[in-house]
Design a protein around this ligand. Sequence first.
Ligand code: NDP
Length: 324
Amino acid sequence: MSNAIRIHQYGGVECLVREEVAVPDPGPGEVLLRQTACGLNYIDVYHRTGLYPVGDLPATLGMEAAGVVEALGEGVDSVATGDRVAYPMCLGAYAEQRVIAADKLVRLPDTVSERQAAAIMLKGLTAQYLLFRSYAVKPGDAILVYAAAGGVGSLLTQWAKHLGATVIACVGSQQKAELARVNGCDHVILYRDEDIPERVRELTDGAGVSAAYDSVGKATFMDSLDSLRPFGVMVSYGNASGPVEPFDPGMLAAKGSLYFTRPTLATHVATSELLADGARHLFGAVTDGLLHIQINQTYALADVAQAHSDLEARATTGSSVLLS
Ligand code: NDP
């Protein structure tokens, strides 16, 4: 048996309930994992509210964790008992123990703790594909990054600076503005008060940015399009303020032959090869000192409702980790 945080219905934080669940023996290709640290992600909120349905209920929430391999199912040779491992994008992370397919796991280098892995696997791999694949950032590019002091934002902005970009950060408070500056952001827009496209034009001598990394969604969609240079890339990768409303693609032509993409990490780690490549790149960036991992909130797994409340209230910065 394992302690787990499950939902029986979609809704508010009161739907998160702590329960004892049976843990099966690992089947062929699977391992039993003792999880010590679990990452908190905004997708957990979308799952809890039902914006992204999770399938059959009850369901254990959580998409990212790190821990130690305790037992191997038949045919597993990619990891061994006692290995420290982590994974992103596998529902069921809010639990002390779980069974998971071995090919979803990445072995941790000695330089990365389980807590650190739980803070960066999902968010860091997201920053990686956004910066290298959704739009390949080049030296001299100006880019716009929303929620820049948040989980994904803190990693994305640090990495973008090492790629030679001019980073314009949108943040929701003065405290977050300080953090964005510490992370190397060149300019900060307090976007709850300031006009985003107007400030972006001022900061780029009228040119606009090469890419807008928009995780806020509904509230900022038009501002992002209006901040891009001709042929700029709109990367809409989240819905913290609600999903983007349907729009007329002709608008992309009118605003300067813009490109639009709506990516998900799920595609970018869909095979064990993609996952391993991304993780190697991410851990390399940590080991080389490009990324400083900022675990600014920790909670007991049992206090996950508080963690969700803080995330939705825009009260967190950097990464949040739940500890078993
Ligand atoms: P964050 O730590 O960035 O927290 C969310 C932040 O969004 C808040 O702190 C707040 O920052 C900002 N925000 C703006 N409007 C709202 C609102 N109405 N309600 C709540 N927050 C708001 O979370 P994560 O790092 O976990 O995720 C960031 C975003 O990236 C999410 O939208 C998530 O869905 C997305 N994501 C997408 C992935 C993908 O592959 N497509 C993968 C991973 C994450 P501020 O106060 O500065 O505005």
